[in-house]
Write a protein that binds this ligand. Structure first.
Ligand SMILES: Cc1cc2nc3c(=O)[nH]c(=O)nc-3n(C[C@H](O)[C@H](O)[C@H](O)COP(=O)(O)O)c2cc1C
Length: 324
């Protein structure tokens, strides 16, 4: 009869998730299923709970009101975690979404909290992003946030909406504002594709093997060769311009007061006009320019891609083994 492992012999994995639409929780469930089913691994899932929950679907004023604090990385208040204060884990999986080109405030809040620091310091952390398709500046911030608390960032996985950028610029906000994934007939549904979510299980299988061989104690990555992240360096120019203008606009909006203050709404309306103008002009022009200049910028784009995909990479050499 197979021996039932004692709890002290089991590898302990902490899964941290915040999700509004349920998309990131589905990705987390699919990815961690092989770990949950493994008798040698104990998985604790901690759902981050903002003290005052963000709505879904959003109203337009609330959606805009979340902008300044998200863009500036100002944390929201979180309900205390359900974890005992002395909990220790061998591996941490941190699932996060991007809000206004930065990690969402609930995730930032956890990383800045006492509990977050204590749980992650010195531990190997795998980050998993689920977003529309602009995650590179948020990833840079995440790298810094994890370094600040001395966590070991060993892998980085990204799930995006694979529909054309110009379509997602319409379908994503409409999904978030109406709750409907297919808000415009004829356009692809908003969000990460269901088959991409199902195929996230390959990462769980690879992590289970790595834990069995104690490879989480090394410097990683554990998820190479599994198409963990496919960076689109041509979006970097828009992300750079966006973060620069967001830094300025968010400071202007905060002159109107704290979240919910009526004066903020005036500044936020101006910001909305600016945002729509940028989306209709700068983003398409930048995409066309990038396409024309691609041959001249080949080396620069390749360097951005390598940097943004580090350490897990976009290689596929282990896919056949782990896609079951
Ligand atoms: C306020 C807000 C701002 C967002 N900003 C971005 C963004 O800058 N880049 C991006 O790729 N996705 C953006 N998204 C999409 C989210 O990253 C995410 O995919 C979506 O909200 C669903 O995730 P969920 O699992 O949290 O429900 C934004 C969503 C919200 C609600």
């Amino acid at each position: 009869m197979p021996r039932v492992p004692r709890l002290s012999d089991m590898k302990k994995v902490l899964v941290l998730v915040y999700s509004q639409t349920g998309q990131l929780s589905s990705i987390a469930q699919s990815l961690t299923a092989p770990l949950v089913e493994n008798p040698g691994i104990a998985v604790h899932v901690e759902y981050l709970r903002p003290a005052s929950p963000y709505p879904f679907p959003w109203s337009l004023p609330r959606f805009l009101d979340a902008f300044p604090e998200s863009a500036l990385g100002i944390p929201c208040e979180l309900a205390p975690p359900a974890l005992p204060p002395d909990a220790e884990f061998d591996l941490i999986l941190l699932f996060y979404q991007v809000w206004y080109l930065a990690p969402s405030p609930p995730v930032t809040a956890f990383l800045r909290s006492e509990a977050g620091r204590r749980l992650l310091a010195g531990k190997p952390v795998v980050t998993v992003v689920g977003c529309r398709n602009m995650w590179m500046k948020a990833h840079e911030r995440m790298v810094l946030l994890l370094a600040e608390i001395a966590a070991r960032h060993i892998d980085h996985v990204v799930f995006t909406d694979r529909a054309p950028t110009l379509a997602t610029l319409l379908t994503t906000p409409l999904w978030l504002l109406t709750g409907k994934r297919r808000p415009v007939p004829g356009l692809p549904p908003a969000g990460v594709r269901d088959d991409d979510i199902q195929r996230a299980a390959r990462f769980g299988h690879a992590l289970a093997d790595a834990l069995a061989a104690d490879r989480e104690r090394g410097n990683g990555p554990l998820l190479g060769g599994l198409a963990a992240v496919e960076a689109r360096p041509e979006l970097m120019a828009s992300e750079n311009a966006g973060t620069r203008s967001f830094a300025l606009w968010s400071r202007i909006v905060r002159l109107g007061g704290e979240p919910g203050a009526p004066l903020r709404l005036v500044f936020l309306t101006l910001f909305l006009v600016y945002l729509v103008a940028i989306i209709l002009t700068v983003v398409p022009v930048s995409l066309v320019l990038q396409r024309l200049l691609r041959p001249l910028m080949k080396r620069r784009l390749a360097a951005i891609k390598r940097h943004m995909e580090w350490p897990s990479g976009s290689g596929t050499e282990r896919m056949a083994h782990y896609e079951r």
